[in-house]
Design a protein around this ligand. Sequence first.
Ligand code: ADP
Length: 764
Amino acid sequence: MSSSIVTAGNVDLSNCAREQIQIPGSIQPHGVLIAVSEADRRIMQVSANSMELLGCAPEGLLGKKLDALLGNGLGEAHPRFWEQQVVLKRMEGNPLFLTPMQIGNRWFEGSIHRYGGALLLQLEPHRRAGDEDQTLDVYMSARSVTADLKQARSVGEFSDITARYVREHTGYDRVVIYRFLPDDSGEVVGESKRADLTSWLGLRYPASDIPSQARQLYLQSWVRIIADVNAVPSPMVPALNPETGRPLDMSYCVLRSVSPVHLQYLRNMGSQASMSLSLIDGNRLWGLIACQHEKPRQVSHEARIACEFLAHSVSLQIRSKEDEESLDYSLKLRENVQRMTEFMAGDAEFQDGLLKHRPDVMSLFRAGGAAVVIGSKVIGSKAMAGNLNLRGLTPDANAVNALLEWLKQQPFSQGIFSTQRLSEIHPEAAAYPEKASGLLAIRVEEAELQWLLWFRPELVQMVNWAGDPRKPTDVDEATGLLTLSPRRSFELWQEEKRGVSEPWLAEELRVAGELRQAVVEVALRRARKLKRDNENLTRSNDELESFAYAASHDLKEPLRGIQTYLDMLSQTLNVRLTDRETQAMAMVMRLARRMDELIDSLLDYSRVGRLDLESEEIDGSELVSEALQMLKHQLQSQGVEVRVPRPLPCLTGDRVRLREVLQNLITNAVKYNDKANKWVEIGYREGPPLALYVRDNGIGIEERHHAAVFRIFNRLHGRDAFGGGTGVGLTIVQKVIERHGGRIWLESKPDEGSTFCFTLGDQV
Ligand code: ADP
């Protein structure tokens, strides 16, 4: 459809926009137009075809009283008709329809309206002269369609009902509902058509297809009809109105003739007749009901009135249908945000709340893809997006990272940024219009969830040409004009819409703001909970330490008693015991000793937690020498080679505890070593942060045990293997290091030796 059906065509748009379509000077020849002087009802102008239709040439009519033409028809039926109905009424946009009348031997339907200083009488042949009254029919079906329209739940359904009704009443081959979008481009939203025609539903048209001048005219007059594109227009005689000195303004004339360009356009489309009605919301042209027929077609007054009535009532309901539709949508959006908020609050991980359940981020707005960015990480000197989760149709991770970098420089309004033309402001996006021409971004600084992005593809990619190509775009040899077709319109529209996505609705932006607010609140709640958990943890740690201390302290005493009595017993009983009893006695004593060791270890451990640490400058090399000095005998007796590849830097910390850490690690390095030539190396790695290490060529540790060795009482070997031990050493080492703000880890494989590394906070 497009301009094809409804208006002057748009081959040369600048011409078309200039063309004075309301003063064509001629009419379509299936009817007669008569301009009457208001003062004395004399005929001032008449269309040149009056002879064919009325049986009287213009010369015979001009200057005559209208009554002479119409006979007494008007006056007899309505004695004061002229005064009451014509003189007193405003009839600009609302012509007065006359009852069918006979002129000569033909019947005519007539209408009168006043415009531009003239009274205009339009007469069209009445095919069913004297037939039964159809008013009741029209009234009944109008009632039923009104009820149907009320039921319609969407603008689409509403439009389909309208199209169907208009087609039933007029018999056109195709009726479509065309809707103007905010940028004046258009879209077919409803259709009723002959079964064998291809659907135009969903087609888009460029703004230029219906020039603004035509749109202006549609706001004034509700209906336009072209009965036969091949009919030769009939000029007005005389061309200028003698009273006004100007050509007739035919803005409200249905007989008005149409620009040849537009007629050609219709012919190219295979149409010979068309009608269009305006759909007006308030004072905005919302859309059009556009009808087309392959053969010439006239529409009776009844059908026209019925369609006009429908167009009016549809117009009145459009706003509420749209409101209803957007209310439904915004309710759904809010419900989804609510659900997602609950998920976020409930799930351990933020992104799970957004990605794991239904509805998820993707189902929130009508987007092709989404990205959820949690946290940030530092790579080189750059802070990069941390955990990037991509869903649906999105640019690749690199492109999204670049986009995030760019977004950081953009103006956010209350944490929200949106565009439907990304590549215009972020040129790199020109590489992926089919994924992200539209972008809606939420930025949250307060939370670990930092970014939420939604992408919309280029609209052109989403809306596919569904229709019959008919004639391809062509240049007419004779006129040099493009012959337009829906395909050509669609192509034009595509050119206009390159790199543009569906717009983000105000409602969607509002809901995005609400989601952002919800994220912030959930984040605050989580932070508060984390703080509470931390406090609880610290408290229970403290309690555990004092418990361990008290328990081990109190256990020591009875244990000492047990050991004393055991000694006594073993001495006195010694001679009387059997071998088995002697063995059992020895076992009891060993277990008691073991228990004593364990309690001592526990005490040591709890002491580390309770000690106040010193913080002093320590020469690292000195510290190592001290530790080695303490272990001198052990190292010498086992012939261990000690390697210190370079002097160690200065450290800050508790000298005694750190020396114990080194001693402990060096002891283990020697202890868990089955090589003939054992060595241990003590060194450091540059920071930040600086890390000290103790390396050995011992038995190594399987990766799956790396975390376990730091757990209390945990040994990887039998109780007495490798000289025995309680499994507390590394636990204490870890505790000391953590109390210095550092961390300890190990690098090791079985048989390849072990390296224990540790940092002391962020010392460099
Ligand atoms: P303990 O030496 O008293 O058993 P630790 O806490 O010092 O307790 O060590 C825990 C366990 O970790 C040891 O039993 C041993 O199995 C393993 N381990 C510690 N250091 C080394 C090392 N340098 N090489 C191999 N295994 C080690």
